[in-house]
Write a protein that binds this ligand. Sequence first.
Ligand code: SDX
Length: 422
Amino acid sequence: MPESITITDNRTGKAVEIPITDGGVSSDAWRSLLPGLWFYDSGLTTTAMCESSITYLDGDEGILRYRGYPIEQLAEESTYLEVAYLLLKGELPNKEQYDAWSREVTHHTFIHENVRKRFLEGFHYDAHPMGMLVSAVAALSTFYLDAKDIYNAESREKQIVRLIAKMPTLAAAAHRFSVGMPFVYPDNELPFAANFLSMMWKVAEPRYEANPALTKAIDVLFILHADHEQNCSTTAMRTAGSAHADPYSSAAAACAALYGPRHGGANEAVVRMLTEIGSIDNVDAFIQGVKEGRGRLQGFGHRVYKNYDPRARIIKKVAYDVFEVTGKNPLLDIALKLEDAALKDDYFVSRKLYPNVDFYSGLIYQAMGFPVDMFPVLFAIPRISGWLAHWSELLDQDLKIVRPRQLYTGEGERKYVSIDQR
Ligand code: SDX
């Protein structure tokens, strides 16, 4: 059987055979056969917008690999900074490469004083930290004017390092501002995750000593959230990047997409949902409400995974390690009961709705003391590496500007009527 499909235009009887390559069929072949005819695919559910070698997902099998390495192995063996290197460079670093990379990132954690003093501190006292982060990432584009030189390899590398390094600093600064605590400067003696926790929680002690189990948990969570193929925010990054916007402006667009409760805002929505349910006695009634269309089971379902999200499995294990230190999050029992009830209920099973990465992550963050509105910010910190890997890849592929077509369903031509005639 040939690895191809044939499209026939029944209006003309013309047909074209199109080879199947890398799991897809190129539009180049049918564009000439079907001029002016568009394939309608709302939400791009079955459309590949690019070729990529960064992350592989198999939604039916629940497989996730970064540059071919299974996420389970990376979560067990690697560190977030090493995974960021892997996503961006395509290979795991050797010791010398890792040390140089780690030194580079560590020495770019500071943000310009104006970003903190004049920009972040200019927000309203109750500003949502994710809104602050979206704005601050965009603002960085005004501090690094060389970032526009996107085809200069040295400049591109410098902006990539700056963004990876500064996301935790910006995130912690937004949090400290929102709780009225003084800004904590990065402590470059500390490794990445411990430095972030220091900027979040340091009070008056000379050096913040993060609990190793919590530092490890944050590092694993950062690994799990680093990339995820063509998700909504990565698509936003690629779309803005395809216009040759600088990496800071493109990352701000990605951050804004991640802020949505259907995407990166889901773990915040999960904790609010569990809090609203309040007790395991209310789980069955809540499930019934979801089945009757009154709201969604936050943290469940996924555009790609029609099986258990492999990240959710790992996060569930991390949760128990964290609760050993912090004490069990009382919402855990409700989450476990919800998961158990949903996985036995045909409404969810028939729709292939399983726990996704967000179902348990919020419980961990809450147990570690992060306010709920910091959850999407915690997602953005590591996802910057994935966004930048895709941004760099699209520039190297010299892709066209993203400009899809539409099916016009509006009015036909009509004549303007002056206001006194309407
Ligand atoms: C992330 O893309 C990525 O990779 C994202 C991400 C990443 O790492 O970047 O994995 C991170 O965003 C994970 C998803 C976090 N979002 C949530 O947990 C929010 C709750 N989930 C949904 O809103 C929903 O499942 C989506 C948005 C995640 C996926 O939506 P789809 O693929 O568009 O699915 P759908 O809306 O077409 O749903 C199919 C059916 C519908 O029912 P019917 O109309 O067929 O009767 O399933 C139902 C939906 O109503 N459904 C749900 C549901 N999710 C889908 N019903 C109840 N609860 C849910 N959570």
